[in-house]
Design a protein. Structure first.
Length: 357
């Protein structure tokens, strides 16, 4: 089967997860071509040479540590003409050389519009669709309700009328819509192969956050060792060790950590849950998906959810590590086999059902 796979360029979480699925599809004998942008394109092109086409994506803009809607709109309008020109060139390139039977999208727009234009069946694989396709079981405070409504509008508009939605999640929720299957998170092979131990350090990961007081904040807990990723430099500040980016180094530190402090990003939280690592989640403001992940971490007893990171909140989190570890010990998933089985079934069903209306 010929498959066009779309991966967004915003962040590397989508690319890391899609890499696993693309590799499996190739192992199954499918012919796969990929469209992506930005850093995700670069990473996937290195792993799948000759199969990845660069398109121009749309990105979020930040003001301080918060997603800025005004800046995002301005950025989109400023870059739209060039993005459209490049993307339509990619349309012609793909049409001339590759005629897919089905399109798979990990919350990526170019592949969606390609599928609609060519009347091709579309399968969605991502974690974001849970916001609009499932009934939330957490309390949403007034400060988050506007963000929830905005997130639902974005998610509903992103990949409407897909043939099927495979929604990756570490928490179960009742489904509201048909053609939807919840599957466990996609775990990269390096994490599947890791042997978790409980060391003395706490892994700290910073992504879009620019919390300038992080080092002195952590230094206020001198009896704890912190290994911090996100600043991409090697420095030691007493009990706080800044780490330059290293994929294997990060995996080793994650597998041997006693706990994890992070934002609300789905990829790292999913890997921490899989490795049974207690989580302190501090979501980036105005990103409801991160709020949801952090709230579910606390609801399930896997860790704590804080709106801001302080020395007192870290102390409170570390005080309860044994209780969190006990709850996490009950979490199990069979690698990526549930997802692969569900995707295989959908590909077979897509062929049997023919083209969408």
């Amino acid at each position: 089967m010929k498959i066009l796979y779309g991966v967004p360029g915003e962040g590397l979480g989508h690319a890391t997860r899609s890499k696993v699925v693309i590799g499996w599809l190739l192992d199954q004998g499918h012919e796969v071509q990929v469209v992506s942008s930005s850093r995700a394109y670069q990473m996937l092109a290195r792993n799948f040479p000759g199969r990845v086409h660069e398109v121009k994506g749309f990105h979020l803009a930040y003001k301080d540590v918060t997603v800025s809607r005004m800046r995002t709109v301005a950025l989109t309008l400023r870059t739209a003409p060039e993005n459209l020109r490049v993307n339509f060139a990619r349309y012609r390139e793909l049409l001339g050389a590759f005629a897919p039977d089905v399109v798979i999208s990990d919350f990526e727009s170019f592949s969606y519009f390609f599928a609609r234009w060519k009347r091709l069946p579309l399968i969605s694989i991502d974690n974001m669709q849970i916001i609009s396709r499932a009934a939330l079981d957490i309390a949403v405070p007034p400060t988050e309700r506007e963000h929830l409504q905005l997130a639902r509008q974005i998610v509903r508009a992103k990949l409407p009328r897909s043939r099927h939605y495979l929604v990756t999640t570490f928490f179960e929720l009742p489904l509201l819509k048909p053609n939807t299957t919840l599957v466990p998170p996609i775990i990269r092979p390096e994490i599947l192969a890791a042997q978790p131990t409980r060391g003395q350090h706490v892994l700290v990961y910073q992504s879009a956050t620019t919390q300038t007081n992080l080092v002195p904040l952590l230094q206020a807990l001198p009896r704890q060792e912190f290994r911090v990723y996100g600043f991409n430099k090697e420095e030691n500040h007493g009990n706080v060790h800044l780490r330059a980016f290293s994929e294997q180094g990060f995996i080793d530190d994650l597998a041997s950590a006693r706990a994890v402090i992070t934002n609300g990003g789905f990829s790292l939280i999913s890997e921490a849950v899989y490795l049974h690592k207690p989580i302190c989640a501090v979501p980036i403001p105005a990103q409801f998906e991160q709020f949801l992940n952090a709230a579910e971490v606390e609801k399930l007893g896997y860790g704590r959810h804080f709106t801001t990171l302080t020395a007192d909140s870290v102390r409170a989190f570390l005080y309860e590590l044994d209780e969190f570890a006990e709850k996490l010990s009950g979490y199990q998933q069979d690698g990526n086999n549930v997802l692969f089985a569900a995707l295989g079934q959908q590909l077979v069903a897509t062929v049997a059902n023919g083209q969408p209306e």
